[in-house]
Design a protein around this ligand. Structure first.
Ligand SMILES: [Zn+2]
Length: 271
């Protein structure tokens, strides 16, 4: 397709914590791209400007993150720079700016930041975390031809089994399993008789999550225990949940969707 354009809106590097795992990274990015199916490659270099960029992705990937990218280095103070390329087929459309693995923190701050992430993750695993799934809403990809009509400007149908009303094929990315700390406690399954009676009450909740993947407005959260699915109303990273500008945890406000809502048809890919 001629004139394909893409704009990177974020790129985030999260280091792994284990001593045995130094040099492992999770990399997430967001891109604005409409009308084509973008694929990505991730590259690494020793300095911000390269000059030699080594590919971390043997083949182009379709999701907007790369987990367990390993760039193992044995020096005491490793600093690596990453960038992401977006392709339309075999044509390079755009390259992100280069981002270093320390989130622009100096070495001491970086170690402290990593320690805060490690502790929060441990707290989730050992004490407060309830398992759930995040379905990230697609913002790029092929327009759903099942329910949308670009010429008639017909909006996507929420009943659509292909895109679930998002208007882009598949609607959401495959789920990511995450642990959530529920403000005021996790949800409890209501007896089915109560569930089906009368006009549904608005059920709003808030959860705290690890900072990646970063949750967005209108993403879907599924609580594993109850199977309840929620729409994301708001995402906040309070100042107190950051360290020198880098996120340590994110607060996500949720609104529960009624059991007949189409998003309950989104399949679990990995479960
Ligand atoms: Zn559709």
């Amino acid at each position: 397709m001629a004139g394909a354009k893409a704009l990177f809106t974020s790129i985030q590097i999260i280091p792994h914590f284990g001593n045995a795992d130094i040099g492992g990274y999770d990399i997430y990015w967001n891109v604005e791209a409409r009308g084509f199916n973008p694929t990505f490659t991730v590259e690494v270099a020793d300095t911000e400007s390269g000059p030699v960029w080594k590919s971390l992705t043997p083949a182009a990937i379709t999701d907007n993150f790369l987990l367990d990218a390993s760039e193992r280095v044995m020096t005491f103070d490793p600093l690596r720079w990453f960038r992401v390329n977006v392709f339309n087929g075999s044509t390079l459309v755009a390259t992100s700016s280069s981002v270093d693995n320390r989130n622009r923190l100096d070495h001491r701050d970086y170690l402290y930041y990593r320690e805060l992430l490690r502790r929060w993750r441990l707290q989730l695993i050992k004490y407060v975390g309830e398992p759930g799934y995040l379905f990230r809403r697609r913002v790029f990809g092929k327009i759903c031809s099942q329910c949308t009509d670009e010429i008639l400007k017909q909006p996507a149908s929420s009943e659509c089994q292909i895109c679930f009303g998002v208007g882009i094929e598949h609607g959401y990315f495959p789920e990511v399993e995450m642990l959530a700390e529920w403000l005021n406690g996790p949800p409890r399954q209501a007896p089915t008789t109560l569930e089906s009676s009368g006009p549904s009450q608005v059920d709003k909740k808030a959860i705290f999550l690890f900072p990646v993947p970063d949750v967005k407005f209108l993403d879907i959260w599924m609580d594993k225990g109850t199977g309840y699915r929620y729409e994301v109303e708001k995402v906040e990273i309070p100042e107190t949940d950051t360290y020198r500008g880098s996120p340590v945890r994110q607060k996500v406000e949720l609104s529960r969707l009624p059991p007949n809502h189409p998003v309950y048809n989104i399949p679990l890919t990995h479960a």
